[in-house]
Design a protein around this ligand. Structure first.
Ligand code: PEP
Ligand code: MN
Length: 341
């Protein structure tokens, strides 16, 4: 439930109310709204003790949050969340471009790609060092060496870095290198991973699973937030349907649905959404027109020889065109795209 406290309540009273809620069996998440405090109280006992909460002195309003995802819901926080990742604001007026190769292959590949995407306007460098591959015989990623290569390139071109964590055992290592922990489509319901990442103070890019309903996806976000990590960025990347012309079916209607249900920022990954290079640009345009806060795009200098997802990777010059077109579309929907480096 949402518990609104009196305006200007002294801190000791606010803390005493939180302690009382805990003894009543609630997990408590506090949020400041101007000069009043709003508490999200999530029952861990399953009991509904709304009347007892209403009776606490200093409480002015109590509202049930009907959605199963409490902290992720707009009922808990009506205003859009803006996630600050090293000065890059995701969910604000600027559309954020995240780009780079599917997988890190070597220093030259990442360096050249990072330089090109940064100069076109990307603020976030992407690249996988740990790759979730369907076949155990496919390239699995360079591991820590890949993270080192990514970090060097991100620092050189003034970008922040997103890379995928596949397993709880990689968390300490990832925290030494990345600014955003990506949780991929295959791990969206890996609850022990979600719980572990929920404990750390690091932004998370949470992809939609290929068979996740929007409710299930938001419940995964709730796992992160229930642990205390509220820096969650959602990423629509397509769901599996009967259609075969595209790798997945990019569900762009998820953008307005999520914006209605949740205050969390949502970006779109058209690369995995369609899986075909020539279709990435039109879907990127459509995503921003639909209200996406950013795009995640695979770019490779030599996609013919890529070790992963070459068929859907844009050439640097195609990414440059994408950025130019997104700049125009962003402007027409009240957003903007910053200049390149
Ligand atoms: C990726 O972004 O490299 C990736 C593996 O994506 P997904 O989890 O959406 O398949
Ligand atoms: Mn990929």
């Amino acid at each position: 439930m949402l518990v609104v406290l009196e305006t200007g309540l002294p801190q000791e009273r606010t803390q005493a109310i939180q302690a009382r809620l805990r003894t009543l069996g609630f997990a408590v998440h506090a949020r400041r709204e101007g000069d009043r405090v709003v508490l999200g109280a999530v029952s861990v006992s399953g009991e509904n003790r709304i009347e007892e909460v209403r009776a606490i002195p200093g409480v002015v309003e109590v509202k049930q949050i009907r959605e199963p995802f409490k902290l992720a819901s707009r009922s808990f926080k009506p205003d859009d969340s803006v996630i600050d990742v090293g000065g890059v604001l995701v969910g604000g007026p600027e559309v954020i471009l995240m780009a780079g190769p599917c997988a890190v292959e070597d220093d030259h590949q990442v360096h050249e790609t990072a330089r090109a995407v940064a100069s076109a306007g990307a603020k976030v460098l992407r690249g996988g060092a740990f790759k979730p591959r369907t076949s155990p015989y496919s390239f699995q990623g360079l591991g820590e060496e890949g993270l080192r290569i990514l970090r060097r390139a991100a620092d050189e071109f003034g970008m922040v870095l997103v890379s995928e964590i596949m397993d709880v055992s990689q968390l300490d290592l990832m925290l030494r290198y990345v600014d955003i922990l990506q949780i991929g489509a295959r791990n969206v319901q890996n609850f022990s991973l979600l719980r572990a990442v929920g404990q750390v103070d690091r932004a998370v890019l949470l992809k939609r699973g290929m068979a996740s309903t929007i409710d299930e996806w938001l419940m995964s976000a709730e796992y992160l937030m229930a642990g205390g990590n509220h820096k969650v960025i959602l990423c629509e990347r397509g769901i599996r349907t009967f259609e075969k012309y595209t790798r997945n079916t990019l569900d762009l209607s998820a953008v307005p649905v999520v914006r209605q249900l949740s205050h969390l920022p949502i970006i779109v990954d058209p690369s995995h959404g369609v899986g075909v290079r020539s279709m990435v640009l039109p879907m990127a345009r459509a995503a921003v027109a639909a209200g996406a806060d950013g795009l995640l795009i695979e770019v490779h200098c030599d996609p013919e020889h890529a070790l992963c997802d070459g068929q859907q990777s844009l050439l640097p010059e195609q990414f440059e065109v994408l950025a130019q077109q997104i700049r125009i579309i962003a402007g027409s929907v009240g957003r903007r795209l910053g200049p390149g480096s």
